[in-house]
Write a protein that binds this ligand. Structure first.
Ligand SMILES: Cc1cc2nc3c(=O)[nH]c(=O)nc-3n(C[C@H](O)[C@H](O)[C@H](O)COP(=O)(O)OP(=O)(O)OC[C@H]3O[C@@H](n4cnc5c(N)ncnc54)[C@H](O)[C@@H]3O)c2cc1C
Length: 306
């Protein structure tokens, strides 16, 4: 069998499109296959923004990945600079450094593990009491039983714009993209793999299966992945109420909170220029409810929920 490609990427979403870009940039012959035309509304990448921070609770290995990703986002901005001069390409930043504040019960694992990550890896941070947090973000109701950890160098990634940039740059580096094509199976051959798709069979030395929530259909041997629906709420956020670091003159903030009863339950992102100023999302199984959200937001101006 002759391998047409060095790498075939099955599923060109957040992970697949970025991997395709880096592989093509490194000189590999790359084919990216997607059942949609990414970015699209069915992918986990869908939506304007994603929070990016380095102080994670998942341990040192994860923090190292986040710090590496941080360096790569800045590199990507440089590659993107050449595209931004082109008239028909969307402009605007890929990463916006807004700062991120995490709120949780005093000395909870949620706050403690983030703090440990900050100290171990030298991540800039500020620890605030509830009273200090209330003063900083008057729109948030932070009970006295809670504290806050502020990460000034964290911020927001413009996820769909990033996917478009990865796609365009990958194509310019010679990658090929097959949209509206479903990968049906991956079979090993003596010298590589054959991917059977709704658009024919393709051969490669290596395959990246990056189908996100659909991965179980392509690789049924993996333990079942069950996609879940997350409740997401959007709020208006008056600058003077929710702007972070008012003392430092910034009008932007991203924040995230945890309750005593479960894992981190909500997060929010805002900036004066965004279409959706504050986003709150609930992790299924937690006690989060719109009432709880409303308690956190002093003056919730409820727009919609899904
Ligand atoms: C509401 C929400 C909020 C989030 N907030 C954050 C956040 O603030 N910060 C953060 O870091 N992360 C956040 N995440 C997580 C982050 O968005 C995901 O981890 C990431 O987008 C997953 O990327 P992926 O490539 O695995 O999936 P996707 O982006 O969904 O890509 C998978 C792609 O594979 C394609 N595909 C699937 N099966 C096949 C097949 N058989 N053949 C061909 N193509 C196929 C799909 O069409 C899709 O394009 C959030 C996720 C959600 C849903």
């Amino acid at each position: 069998m002759h391998a047409d490609y060095d790498v075939i990427v099955a599923g060109a979403g957040s992970f697949g499109m970025s991997a395709g870009y880096y592989a093509a940039k490194a000189g590999a012959r790359v084919l990216m296959i997607d059942s949609g035309d990414p970015p699209h509304t069915l992918g986990s990448h869908h939506g304007g923004t994603r929070i990016f921070r380095a102080a994670y609770t998942m341990g040192a290995a994860y923090v190292r990945l986040a710090l590496r990703a941080n360096a790569l986002w800045h590199e990507l901005e440089q590659d993107y600079a050449s595209l931004r001069t082109e008239q028909d390409f969307s402009s605007g930043p890929l990463f916006e450094c807004t700062g991120v504040v995490s709120i949780g019960p005093i000395s909870s694992r949620f706050i403690r593990s983030k703090l440990e990550s900050c100290i171990e890896f030298g991540i800039a941070h500020r620890r605030l009491t509830a009273a200090e947090a209330r003063e900083e973000w008057p729109g948030l109701f932070v009970p006295d039983s809670m504290e806050a950890l502020y990460e000034p160098n964290a911020g927001v990634l413009h996820s769909e714009r990033i996917l478009r940039v990865y796609r365009e740059l990958a194509l310019r580096h010679g990658a090929r993209l097959l949209p509206y094509t479903e990968a049906l199976s991956i079979e090993a051959t003596p010298d590589g793999y054959v991917i059977r798709t709704t658009g024919g069979d393709y051969y490669a030395k290596r395959v990246l299966a990056s189908g996100g929530a659909w991965i179980g259909r392509l690789l049924p041997q993996l333990e079942a992945v069950t996609p879940i629906r997350k409740a997401v709420g959007w709020f208006e956020a008056p600058r003077e109420q929710y702007g972070s670091g008012r003392k430092r003159g910034s009008d932007k903030s991203v924040w995230k909170a945890a309750t005593r009863s479960g894992p981190p339950f909500c997060r929010a992102a805002r900036s004066s220029g965004w279409t959706s100023p504050v986003r709150l999302s609930a992790t299924p199984g937690c006690c989060c409810s719109t009432n709880l959200w409303a308690r956190l937001m002093r003056e919730p101006d409820w727009i919609c929920s899904t």
